[in-house]
Design a protein around this ligand. Sequence first.
Ligand code: RTP
Length: 156
Amino acid sequence: PSVEAAELERTFIAIKPDGVQRGLISEIISRFERKGYKLVAVKLVVPTKEFAMQHYDDLKGRPFFNGLCDFLSSGPVLAMVWEGQGVIKYGRKLIGATAPQNSEPGTIRGDLAISVGRNIIHGSDGPETAVAEIALWFKPEELLSYSKVTDKWLYE
Ligand code: RTP
C-alpha cells in the first residue's frame, strides 16, 4: 500500500495504571515508535469506574469484570492512538498474550509483566474495536494527521 493507505490504519493502545506506576511509559512507547508506528494521539487520564465499565463492556458478566474496572480506574492511564500499516494486528503481537505466563519473551507482557490482572497494557483486538475504542477515549480533534520524513523510508 502507499504511505497514504498505510496511514489509514489506527489502533487504541493504553498503558494501564500498573504500567504507569512501574515507570514503563517510555519503554512501551519506545517499542511502538522504533517499530515505525506513528503516535497520533496521547493523553494521561484517570478514567472513572463508569468509563472503565464502558471500555470493558464486552467483558461484563465475567467474574473478574468488577475488579478489572476498579483497577483501570485506580490511577493514571496513558491512552494512545498509534497509526501504521498492520498496526492493529501487529500491535497485539508486540503486546503479547493476555496472560503474561503465556506471553513470549520479547513481547511487552512477556518481558515486563507476570500476572494477567496486572498485564500493564491494552490494545484493540480488531478493526471494529479499534474504531469504537478510539471514539470512546478521544475527541476527533485530538487525533492528528501528519507526515514524518521517515514515512518514505518505512513504506514502499
Ligand atoms: P486487553 O483487552 O486489555 O488488551 O486484553 P486482552 O484483549 O488480551 O484480554 P481480554 O480477554 O479482553 O481481557 C481484558 C483484560 O482483563 C484482564 N483479565 N483478567 N483475572 C483474569 O482471569 C483475567 N482475565 C482477563 C486482563 O488484564 C486483560 O488484559
